[in-house]
Design a protein around this ligand. Structure first.
Ligand SMILES: [Zn+2]
Length: 174
């Protein structure tokens, strides 16, 4: 399983995009309290390094999601799989997901053994925020919302091109 995941991870193609719409000035132009619960303190991050948590919070702040998670867990791979099993997430052989969201509890699980960097984090958390915004387990709904969140990120984001072409099958929300 781990090997398959590693191969999949390595096969992901990178491309840098600079987003002309997202300027760094967005970072200081915070939308004040317009969105319900849109504050850093309204969700809890578990078991992240200080750098990971800082990056996550900065990215979520920039993306201004309409619906925030309540909890974000960074977990080792074995625990990720365990949680996936508990939440009946089906991870087919040769595929996997890096994160998943349990919608009823607004809890996001991140497979920390597959964490790459902040761009990776931003790209994938946008997808999970898309599930939360759309309140949908459908990958297409999540991606539609995620595209807007990614636009709001002021820093260039690495796009994992192959992921967009069918990798969503590995991600399920319950
Ligand atoms: Zn998904």
């Amino acid at each position: 399983m781990k090997l398959a995941i590693g191969i999949l991870g390595m096969s992901l193609a990178f491309a840098e995009i600079g987003n002309a719409q997202a300027s760094s000035s967005n970072a200081s132009a915070e939308v004040p309290a317009a969105r319900e619960g849109a504050t850093d303190s309204s969700y809890t991050v578990f078991d992240a390094t200080p750098a990971q948590e800082a990056a996550l919070r900065a990215q979520i702040r920039l993306m201004h999601p309409e619906v925030l998670p309540l909890r974000v867990f960074f977990v080792p791979h074995w625990k990720y799989l365990d949680n996936a099993r508990i939440f009946h997430l089906h991870v087919p052989a040769g595929y996997g997901s890096f994160m998943f969201t349990h919608l009823p509890s607004r809890t996001v699980f991140i497979d920390n053994d597959r964490y790459q960097d902040e761009s990776w984090l931003g790209y994938w958390i946008a997808h999970e925020l898309g599930h939360l915004k759309s309140n949908s387990i459908k990958e297409s709904d999540a991606e539609k919302a995620a595209r807007e969140f990614r636009r709001r990120l002021s820093t260039p984001i690495k796009i994992y091109l192959e992921v967009a072409s069918g990798f969503w099958a590995g991600c399920r929300q319950y």
